[in-house]
Design a protein around this ligand. Structure first.
Ligand SMILES: [Zn+2]
Length: 309
């Protein structure tokens, strides 16, 4: 079991871990690695069909108490969707950790850093996958903040903290969610460079599973047509970089160490393919009949608001 990895995937919002790394998670659970997920915020404000969409067209939103109650309900729906999607990629319900932070203003603070550090000491991952701490110039981005919380937590986890009996944990390999394909940079804060996607994971064989994960995220409209479009434009773009149909991109935090240069079996195989064979690999399109069916949850009627059809 010594060569098995313990991978912790940490996302800001319920959808992020799937959007960015569902295929990679599916590969690792299939080879026997342990994969756990942390969802930092409840995400009720993010693209939610009730909270962010239907409220938008009202002249007035409900009173604070009622709205808070509605958001709590939507958070539960989102958490349930995460459990459903995790099952598709082989992550067990007991290995999903919901921090339940409010997604209003996410900050790096003593509380969330300490809590995550304690979790890292307890779980002892050797790999962490999370958001790039400089995403969108790290200004007003809950994704960037999440990446920063993780970096602070890793620093703290490498030492002791009174009240936590778990010994320090260090030496974690960090991979940030890829930048560029998933969100082509078009704003001023994204103009800063200095990094690139240096790890590409070919997920063509599990792309249909990833679509099913997005199908499960119906509270925010990621299901159906959007899931298919998303896989084509994001994972398809990373796939083109990877000389394959669909891929997920990552940014390594630090240099890899070994006695030899890191050339993978796939690097070697790809170098033996002709130009036309490479174009063929890139041209493969998702087979709709392979996508596992995800049952649509009947959304609870909320206060006379119209339900998505
Ligand atoms: Zn997000």
């Amino acid at each position: 079991m010594n060569d098995k990895n313990r991978i912790l995937v940490i996302g800001a919002h319920p959808a992020d871990i799937f959007d960015q790394s569902a295929g990679t998670m599916a590969h690792h659970t299939a080879r026997g690695d342990w994969v756990g997920c942390v969802v930092l915020t409840h995400g009720a404000r993010i693209h939610d069909r009730v909270i962010s969409d239907e409220m938008f067209h009202r002249t007035q939103v409900p009173e604070a108490d009622e709205l808070t109650q509605m958001m709590a309900e939507r958070s539960d729906v989102k958490a349930q969707e995460v459990v459903t999607a995790c099952a598709l990629v082989g992550v067990k319900e007991q290995d999903i950790y919901f921090f339940g932070e409010d997604d209003a203003v996410l900050t790096v603070n003593d509380q969330n850093v300490r809590r995550l550090a304690r979790m890292i000491r307890q779980i002892k991952p050797n790999i962490i996958i999370t958001h790039f701490p400089k995403e969108d110039g790290a200004i007003g981005s809950p994704h960037a903040t999440t990446g920063q919380i993780v970096m602070h937590a890793l620093f703290l986890a490498a030492g002791v903290d009174p009240g936590d009996r778990n010994p320090p944990h260090r030496g974690v390999h960090i991979f940030y969610f890829g930048q560029g394909a998933a969100a082509a940079r078009r704003g001023l804060w994204g103009a800063e460079g200095g990094f690139y996607n240096d790890v590409l994971v070919d997920i063509t064989d599990v792309a249909h599973i990833k679509v099913a994960c997005l199908d499960a995220l119906q509270s925010q409209g990621y299901d159906g047509a959007y899931a298919r479009k998303r896989i084509e434009v994001n994972d398809g773009a990373f796939g083109t970089l990877a000389s394959s149909a669909y891929a997920e991109g990552f940014i390594r935090n630090s240099a890899t160490v070994g006695q030899y240069l890191p050339i993978s079996d796939m690097d070697r195989a790809l170098s033996r393919l002709s130009d036309q064979e490479l174009i063929q690999r890139r041209s493969y399109r998702l087979d709709e009949t392979k996508i596992p069916f995800v049952k649509r949850v009947q959304l609870k009627p909320t206060n006379g608001l119209k339900q998505p059809s």
